[in-house]
Write a protein that binds this ligand. Structure first.
Ligand code: ATP
Length: 291
């Protein structure tokens, strides 16, 4: 277990040590909650969303010239919706998630939040509202306090502790030799994968975006740690709009709306019961996963 944890942490640690040499305060919100980053501050600071309705309209996107990964995808995500994106590997779920989080801009078509194009807003504005969450570790070598302050530079220690408590990380954090000053990531206190993820969740609590794109890539956590973390995550998700890229079907089962992505298109849209009754691709996936 410890060795595996070390193997997982080390490469990230190296990247983040490098990050640490950049000014911590300048590390953008994208790096806290997601690894993919748009170029900063290309947008117009005066473009502000009017509302929280996230919408994709005839979105085309590809990574390579001449190849489309998404073909004219339209998708409405009303505020408060729990949506799951399901479908075969390589269908375009993560890509669609990144577009909805404003990480990439569509080739043609629109991705709007509150009527404003994400690509017209500054990256910072987008990230205040929409966060991409994945299971990469985002702990850099430095005091726990600095690791958390990335999310909100003006947070007080009391707010940091509240965020740690909100994700059930206060028990181990209180036992750290130097409290919030304890260097985490290596050296004094090497965080376990589950703890690294709690730190990432605590940052989310601090940053408080209303919408989350959640890429729940298969976890390397042991089942007990995973269950514990899932409870904390569920609490963090409460009250937010969630677009979950579902690699496990139980996430989809509980969603308000399931969008089935196949070959860069949304082929089915509806609740679990509706889609099972319709007897299409989702019903077949459900059968094969549960049959
Ligand atoms: P999975 O369930 O395996 O994560 P997915 O449905 O999320 O798959 P995407 O990761 O969005 O699918 O990939 C869609 C297509 O885009 C695939 O053909 C993939 O190879 C390609 N692709 C994804 N990311 C990149 C990238 N950064 N550069 C080039 N091609 C990419």
């Amino acid at each position: 277990g410890a060795l595996l944890a070390q193997m997982m942490i080390e490469p990230v640690g190296m990247i983040l040590r490098w990050l640490d040499e950049l000014q911590v305060a300048q590390v953008s919100l994208a790096r806290l909650v997601g690894v993919h980053e748009v170029e900063d501050d290309e947008g117009d600071a005066s473009v502000v969303p009017d509302g929280r309705h996230l919408n994709a309209e005839r979105v085309r996107f590809g990574y390579l010239a001449g190849t489309d990964v998404l073909h004219e995808v339209s998708l409405a995500v009303p505020p408060g919706t729990r949506m799951a994106l399901v479908g075969p590997s390589g269908a375009g779920k993560s890509t669609l998630g990144r577009l909805l989080a404003g990480i990439y801009a569509p080739r043609t078509g629109d991705v709007t939040l509150g009527g404003a194009q994400l690509s017209d807003m500054t990256a910072e504005r987008v990230r205040e509202q929409v966060a991409l969450v994945n299971q990469e570790h985002h702990v850099f070598v430095g005091p726990l306090r600095d690791n958390l302050l990335l999310a909100r530079t003006d947070a007080s220690d009391a707010e940091l502790w509240a965020a740690l408590a909100a994700v059930d990380a206060d028990d181990w954090a209180r036992e750290l030799p130097d409290g919030l000053d304890t260097e985490v990531g290596s050296g004094a206190f090497s965080v376990a994968p589950a703890q690294a993820q709690q730190i990432a969740l605590a940052r989310l609590v601090l940053a408080d975006p209303h919408t989350l794109v959640l890429d729940e890539a298969t976890s390397l956590l042991d089942p007990r740690a995973a269950r514990h973390l899932e409870r904390s995550l569920a609490r963090v998700l409460e009250g937010r709009t969630v677009i979950a890229i579902a690699h496990r079907l139980h996430t989809a089962h509980d969603a308000d709306v399931i969008a089935v992505v196949e070959d860069g298109r949304i082929s089915e849209l509806g609740s679990h019961d509706e889609l099972v009754a319709a007897g299409g691709a989702y019903a077949a996936l459900w059968q094969s996963w549960h049959g």
